[in-house]
Design a protein around this ligand. Sequence first.
Ligand SMILES: Cc1ncc(COP(=O)(O)O)c(C=O)c1O
Length: 486
Amino acid sequence: MSENSSKIKFYSGESIPLELHKVRVVQKLHLVPIERRLEALYEAGFNTFRLDTKDVFLDMLTDSGTNALSDRQMGAMMIADDAYAGSQSFVRYQKAVEEVLGKKYLLPVHQGRAAENIISNAYIRKGSIVPMNYHFTTAMAHITQYGGKIEELLYDEAYVINSKHPFKGNMNLEKLEKCINKHGAANIPYIRMEASTNLIGGQPFSMENFRGVRAIADKYKIRLVLDASLLGENAWLIKQREEEFKNSSMAEIILAMTDLADLVYFSARKLSSSRGGGICTDDYAIMKELEPLVPLFEGFLTYGGMSVREIEAIAIGLYETLDEGMICQSPQFIEYLVNAFEKKGIPVVTPPGVLGAHVNAMEICSHIPQKEYPAGALAVAFFLISGVRGMERGSVSNQRDEYGNETYADMELLRLAVPRRVFTLSQIKYVEDRMTWLYENRNLIGGLKFVYEPPVLRFFMGGLEPIDDWPQRLMAKFREDFGDSL
Ligand SMILES: Cc1ncc(COP(=O)(O)O)c(C=O)c1O
């Protein structure tokens, strides 16, 4: 029987995500007073990306590069083979890709967006259309940089915040065929499927749906690209939610998924709890099309801009993705937090997905119009009253259209990421506690406006400010209710 914590029942009947690891290396955290957190927000332009970790208590910005490393990964990093060319670390990375992802050709890149750059450079031309289940910020930015456009083809259910649909990341197959017929297969260099659609609440797609996409790709002879950055958790949810796979191993599910794609790319910062990235394929012609771009943008073909230590950590991390006890930890903590929020009436995306709990800012801050960025406002308000740093996943994270007009996001979410094996249950309970207080005081949250807006990926370094003194009023209420508590 596979080890995962949902198999462990408590006598009390409580549903508790029990940790299947022990902590052996720790990092001290600091919870600075709310007055300092307010100063920090002004210094950071009311953008949680720009906060310093010295002011952050629980860093729930992302799981990217922040998942806990295992003892085996750290051990492997000590025996890395430093060489510009022909490093044995790369040979071990290749072997792991072949065994775990089932692809024989591997092109190393320094992170996920570097893979997106290379794929877009090779295939996107002015007028190209890339149909996808949903966009990710960097994927879309690269496609548009090279003159292409994206089309998001989800089922309506995906946009329903509170749903029981197990696979909200499914591609709408009817819309996909319509899109191909409208634009013509010749203008569609590839179809992109993103495992565990990041921006709509970490929602997976089903194997059945992915097979359907493959059939359409075959019919029209279009390449199928899989963004596998969050593949492990998508595979785990397939095991939980898709009858056909309930007795399959993680290895079988992952191989069945990658087998359907012509080209697989990933951010190793996410997929394998490490850093770096990769592009892999079984198709020699595809490999040859992309290969020359790696030394141009990334580095030689056996390191691709990464340190050999990171390469060793990726190889081990890929094997560990097959361990249910490891991969279930983050989704089960997320489920716990989402259920706790729901019990308190706090609007949150359901069913619980992967990556993090996604709080519905559009509803919590229904008094803030989208042009004043409700998700951005909720993110900074939550940091102010808790020291917990989440990420805005709403209109601030959207890019302007080709004419420079603001485009509003389908959802205004505050994502509270739960990286693998990083937080304890009492820390998660702290998040629940502070969010409950903020929800009760939500009328004190106000809007934001941009004061500095970078032209590309504005959410990373953009600067905002509150539209009035609402942060001061929120802080005063915190002091009233919590006294001298941190
Ligand atoms: C689904 C998905 N694709 C691509 C990327 C980009 O990867 P990276 O941050 O390593 O460039 C991310 C990063 O969060 C992601 O979530």
